[in-house]
Design a protein around this ligand. Structure first.
Ligand SMILES: Cc1cc2nc3c(=O)[nH]c(=O)nc-3n(C[C@H](O)[C@H](O)[C@H](O)COP(=O)(O)OP(=O)(O)OC[C@H]3O[C@@H](n4cnc5c(N)ncnc54)[C@H](O)[C@@H]3O)c2cc1C
Ligand code: FES
Length: 498
């Protein structure tokens, strides 16, 4: 069992403070969700002379964006070969141009608004230790160069072990994600525009969003909540969630490699550096993916990335947290007008590359709202129904979802609440009901209904963040049952207290 450590990026940023929505207001565009996509979309929309309200359920920048490794790069492992094989050169080119533009947009926004977001220009590396992937890296480099991307084969990586092959893209960047999003959000209020925090949207349509304490009437509504809320566009059934372990720890200055890195092979290793305000170097790592709510897989994934960090870089984790993103069924994000509800704009399915993709999404959304042509909008069109590519993997994923809906998985140990140690949680059967039970440090038990408030899947315990996570579509809930994120908008029902 691990004591919670908090999230490195959240702990090293000064909290932004925006008011709650109280009462009713009217704007041109309401943006639900104050992550990277929402904040950039709101800024671009305001730059078009429109009044915008950014409405955040919790604190701006502190959800998936603020828990990422925050590399700003158009190098997404071997994505271009995959896209070219599925969608031809035009598809790969749209993705490349959109992501390059997204990367440059983040840098431009930081410069224009003088955001203190610890931006550093870095090279991005994808490497392999295995002979079997050397050809794939060579193919990706050649294709990337044809697409105009700054790729070369690299002989040296700066890593403390020899790679069989690596590709190096220059002029990429990394930043402090919470400082960036909070700083950008702070430029929004005024001239009829607003930012609201602690204001969860509970109901919405194409011209209005409703929170517990107020409502916003709007000409358009953008849903920038990572996965669209509730049943919107059934995106929860066209993307599947994957969770990752993330760790950060202080590094010996002599052992900090100069670039940002990711491996081709599994178990996937990704890392980057960051310097604290007082100049101490940290390394931030993320490791192999696993299914949300599956405690055994989580433990294995943390053990794997912690071993990698320790063995190669001498880093001991002083922060541990988990983060989640969604893989779209056909391998390309869904961006633009929603599938079913005209007037709603959405952006989802970034497959753990939502920084550059997210900025591109904000640009596309702003263009669609203001009636301008956008060269990438067709490729990412969120209304597309032809998602046959990747269907095999997706069917497998949906079969697993069905299994979670029917049975779920109960904790094998402990089997009853009395056996829970302080700080431990488990899904247990109590009086015939499946309950999510947690024992706090004072010994008191807290229990909630273990059925996800989205579509009823059985939740699983996340011991690293002390949350209840849904394996089906990735909703996450706090110990108080409140939604952290996901398509769910309602808290968990409270249950019996032991
Ligand atoms: C481990 C990991 C590492 C990653 N590293 C990288 C990386 O290095 N580079 C990269 O490009 N991508 C990376 N990603 C992916 C990237 O972080 C995400 O795709 C991206 O940040 C998503 O941004 P977002 O704005 O859509 O979501 P978020 O940042 O989650 O923003 C959505 C916001 O909506 C709010 N919200 C939700 N529901 C409501 C509601 N009902 N009412 C109001 N507000 C609501 C949430 O609180 C949240 O603040 C990583 C992902 C993972 C899992
Ligand atoms: S997120 Fe859909 S059932 Fe839990």
């Amino acid at each position: 069992m691990y004591p919670p450590t908090g999230v490195y990026w959240i702990e090293t940023a000064s909290p932004a403070a925006f008011p709650r929505l109280a009462g009713d207001i009217s704007v041109d565009v309401a943006v639900i969700g104050g992550g990277l996509v929402g904040a950039i979309a709101a800024r671009l929309i305001k730059d078009q002379g429109l009044r915008v309200a950014l409405v955040e359920a919790r604190s701006v920048g502190q959800e998936v964006t603020g828990k990422s490794t925050a590399k700003i790069t158009s190098q997404h492992n071997l994505v271009y070969t995959r896209l070219r094989n599925r969608f031809g050169m035009d598809g790969a080119r749209s993705y490349a141009e959109a992501n390059e533009a997204g990367l440059r947009k983040i840098l431009a926004l930081a410069a224009d608004h003088q955001l203190a977001a610890d931006i550093e220009i870095k090279a991005a590396y994808t490497y392999t230790l295995l002979e079997e992937h050397v050809g794939s890296i060579e193919e990706e480099v050649q294709l990337a160069r044809e697409l105009g991307l700054p790729a070369t084969l690299a002989m040296e990586t700066g890593l403390p072990f020899a790679a069989r092959a690596a590709m190096r893209w220059i002029d990429q960047a990394q930043f402090h994600p919470v400082k960036f999003v909070a700083g950008l959000a702070a430029t929004l209020p005024g001239e009829g525009s607003h930012v609201f925090e602690q204001s969860r949207v509970l109901d919405w349509d194409s011209s209005r969003v409703v929170t517990a304490k107020g409502a916003i009437k709007a000409g358009h509504v953008v849903m920038a909540t990572q996965l669209p809320l509730g049943q919107t566009g059934a995106y929860y059934a066209r993307n599947y969630p994957h969770m990752h372990p993330v760790i950060a720890g202080q590094a010996d200055p002599g052992r900090v490699p100069e670039g940002m890195y990711i491996s081709v092979e599994q178990p996937r290793h990704s890392l980057r550096s960051h310097r604290t305000a007082d100049g101490r170097p940290f390394l931030i790592f993320t490791g192999p993916s696993y299914k949300p709510g599956h405690a055994d897989e989580a433990r294995k994934a943390f053990a794997e990335i912690e071993g990698f960090a320790r063995d190669h870089f001498g880093v001991q984790a002083s922060y541990r947290w988990t983060n989640e993103d969604y893989t779209p069924m056909d391998g390309r994000p869904f961006i633009g007008w929603s599938s079913r509800q005209d007037g709603l704009l959405v952006a989802t399915g970034f497959d753990a590359w939502g920084i550059s993709n997210g900025a591109a999404a904000a640009m596309i959304i702003c263009d669609l709202l203001t009636g301008r042509e956008n060269p990438w909008a067709d490729f990412f069109d969120a209304r597309r129904l032809d998602v046959a590519h990747g269907a095999k993997q997706f069917v497998k994923g949906n079969a697993a979802v069905a299994a979670e809906l029917v049975g779920g998985h109960l904790a094998s140990t402990p089997r009853d609440a009395e056996a829970l140690s302080p700080g431990e949680g488990a899904v247990l059967k109590i009086n015939g009901e499946k309950m999510a039970v947690f024992r706090d440090e004072t010994g008191q038990l807290h229990s909630l209904a273990a059925a996800c408030s989205h579509l009823g899947c059985l939740l699983g315990w996340n011991e690293f963040d002390r949350t209840w996570d849904c394996p089906c579509h990735g909703s996450r809930f706090g110990l108080d049952g409140e939604v952290i994120h996901g398509p769910a908008t309602e808290p968990l029902k409270t249950g019996v207290t032991g």
